[in-house]
Design a protein around this ligand. Structure first.
Ligand code: GLA
Length: 679
């Protein structure tokens, strides 16, 4: 996937790579606000997000508008050379709105009402809330339409973050409208939902509800459609606010901060992408993950996939510890710089944080920030200044893009479907499965595009489809076409099982991929807790096995050596003849069980080797190298040394972080970041 870096919108008036974070001046007295801008200049900050949670400050009571503090903030930032991603201020309604209109409060499946006192206590489908949010957005847009600091609109904040699913009566009404638009008449809904089962037939849309707490498993397609509806409802809210902004300020780009990672399940960001002028993402490390930098790389590659290869904004990450995990880890020396440049390596042209100044009060006072409680004589502040300086040194990266020969298929509906209840096993984690494959690719230094199954796969030599439980016929055909064009395709267990309505594809698993893979699975053999099986090469596997039959021409590369399925295929391969018109043969691999990390590495290595895919620049384990390509033919290597040892890479050019020529190889000290303009 190679996007052309021309004509793409970007925050207005921001040179080079943007640098900054959320800025919440309303939490501070005037003297501090004045100091803020001076310190931003010292750190090289160029863009800050303002007014995200400011509704109650802007409109302290219905109809009373207090703009003074915000006027002053924008003026001061502008005078200091800092541009503004101005929020719609709608992210959390003020207490008075919920007090006057308790009918805006969201409701969980069990009827629990989510009350004010935290944040985001609104139903996205509430007509009352939406009317107020649109009103406020228009007021903000009209007030600041001509302000020279206005660079970008930041719609709301992490839409759906805390309340992805609202089960209220407003949601029920909106869900019914959504279903009517999707199905037209209720008999089509009955067919799609399989309501002949358990006496669930509906006679009219009025009888349909969101999946509320029920005596037992709710209808799976109802659950799936409710997930689709909910993602669409948040998107529709985004669109409505964006349309106001576009109307008032047609020349100002609009975005909202996504949360693309292995953690955020309920918003189908691929379907959102076309509505954002610029893709922006928030990412936080998982302190419990010893290889959290690999998950970071996955998130960045997924964000670039959502952005269709165009440069994107890292809208939030943290300078050090967060405050919302069970144990919050402080970042080690050099880690924040490496984190930042991992995102840059994978296509981010902006590095921003939550937040500029660490709060003294409120629920996030123990969340790190660019300027910590301890002030400027701290490692965190020195890191903030160093990052600003380093981003300036590599400003020429702006607009360059990343190229990959490997596509890892990722699908939000497949995630929703794979993890529905009443399945062969309830402990299958879709993101953990995807991440295991990603990790095996990352270890080999291979750059990966994380894309949806309907993406253009024509440029890839390897396509990996982990547990793609549910997909449409067109998506399945798209994957098969990649193999017929010469790609090696690896599909794993519990893929191709259902169509988009979650109806099983009959005739044997993995229905949608049976022909491509040349296999037919007769029955699943989910394994018990702690139960493992061994493959004929000694690889250990757990969670899942299958009784697989091979079609003619399909080979069992590995078999089960023990267990109920001993002797049966565990890993298969079929040569896929080139499509009519020539080209080279492809291959279709099927992995019918969950192998351990070494086993998955071996499978991945075999697929990469047959496709001739290897790292652009060979590097020691733990040294990450990603190439960015400029439109003018220039290229850069971004190198992150995650290890405790210095390395020398056999590449030459000009190193931008230290500003020195690398004539005799590129030296990268332990833990360091280097950016080489290649000669
Ligand atoms: C999210 C939110 C921010 C802040 C951070 C803390 O990303 O958008 O407002 O709460 O989390 O990590």
């Amino acid at each position: 996937m190679t996007a052309q870096p021309t004509d793409r919108p970007w925050p207005l008036g921001v040179e080079g790579l943007a640098y900054g974070g959320d800025y919440n001046p309303e939490q501070w007295p005037q003297s501090v606000r004045v100091e803020d801008v001076a310190l931003m200049q010292e750190a090289g900050v160029s863009l800050v997000s303002v007014a995200i949670f400011s509704w109650a400050q802007i409109e302290p009571r219905p109809g009373t508008l207090e703009w003074g503090w915000l006027d002053e903030t924008l003026d001061r930032l502008h005078a200091g050379g800092v541009q503004v991603a101005l929020a719609t201020a709608t992210a959390s309604p003020p207490p008075w709105l919920a007090h006057q209109h308790p009918e805006i409060l969201p409701v969980l499946a069990d009827g629990t009402v989510l009350w004010p006192g935290g944040r985001q206590h609104y139903r996205v489908a509430s007509p009352v809330y939406r009317e107020h949010a649109l009103r406020l957005t228009r007021l903000v847009a009209e007030r600041y339409r001509d302000h020279p600091a206005l660079a970008l609109w930041h719609v709301d904040n992490e839409l759906g973050c805390h309340v992805p699913h609202d089960h209220s009566d407003d949601a029920a009404a909106a869900f019914r409208r959504w279903l009517e638009a999707r199905y037209g008449d209720v008999e089509a809904l009955n067919a799609a939902w399989g309501t002949a089962f358990w006496s669930q037939r509906y006679d009219s849309f009025d009888e349909v509800l969101p999946p509320r707490s029920a005596p037992t498993f709710a209808n799976p397609t109802q659950q799936l459609d409710f997930a689709r509806y909910s993602s669409d409802a948040w998107l529709e809210h985004y669109r409505a606010l964006r349309d106001v902004l576009r109307e008032v300020t047609p020349g100002v780009p609009t975005t909202t901060n996504l949360m693309a990672s292995t953690r955020t399940k309920w918003l189908d960001y691929f379907s959102w992408a076309g509505d954002l002028d610029i893709i922006a993402n928030d990412h936080y490390l998982d302190a419990a993950d010893p290889e959290d930098h690999v998950e970071l790389a996955f998130s960045a590659d997924l964000t670039r996939g959502i952005a269709a290869g165009r440069p994107w904004i890292l809208m939030e990450h943290s300078t050090s510890a967060v405050n919302w995990q069970p144990r919050n880890r402080t970042k080690r020396p050099g880690e924040m710089l490496r984190n930042s440049f991992q995102h840059v390596a994978r296509g981010a042209d902006a590095v921003m944080f939550f937040q500029w100044r660490q709060s003294a009060a409120g629920a996030e006072k123990f969340h790190s920030a660019m300027l910590p409680h301890g002030g400027t004589d701290t490692d965190v502040w020195r890191n903030t200044v160093e990052l600003g300086r380093t981003l300036k040194a590599v400003a020429e990266l702006r607009g360059s893009t990343v190229r990959a020969r490997v596509a890892l298929l990722f699908s939000y509906p497949a995630w929703w479907g794979a993890e529905l209840d009443s399945h062969p096993t309830n402990v299958l984690s879709y993101p953990a499965t995807v991440l295991a494959h990603y990790r095996a690719l990352w270890r080999r230094g291979v750059t990966v595009d994380v894309v949806e199954p309907s993406a253009d796969l024509s440029g890839y030599d390897v396509v990996v489809a982990p547990t793609l439980y549910l997909l449409s016929d067109d998506e399945a055909a798209n994957v098969a076409a990649a193999a017929a064009r010469g790609a090696s395709v690896l599909v794993t267990y519990f893929s191709g099982i259902a169509d988009e309505h979650d109806h099983v594809r009959l005739g044997g698993y993995p229905g949608a991929f049976r022909d491509l893979l040349g296999v037919r699975t007769e029955e699943f053999w989910a394994l018990g807790e702690g139960q493992t099986v061994t493959l004929d090469d000694g690889t250990s596997a757990d969670l899942w096995t299958e009784k697989v039959h091979l079609a003619e021409g399909t080979e069992a590369v590995r078999t089960f050596a023990d267990g109920d399925l001993a002797g049966g295929p565990a890993l298969t391969r079929r040569t896929v003849p080139a499509a009519a018109g020539g080209g080279r043969d492809g291959a279709a691999w099927y992995l019918a069980t969950r192998v351990d990390a070494d086993g998955l590495q071996a499978v991945t290595d075999a697929v990469l080797a047959e496709a001739g895919v290897r790292a652009d620049v060979p590097a020691a384990p733990g040294v990450e190298v990603v190439r960015r390509h400029g439109a003018d033919g220039r290229s850069w290597l971004v190198v992150l040394n995650h290890t405790g040892d210095g390395v020398r890479l056999p590449v030459t050019g000009h190193e931008l972080v230290t500003g020195t020529p690398a004539g005799d190889g590129l030296v990268v000290p332990a833990g360091a970041v280097r950016v080489l303009r290649e000669s």
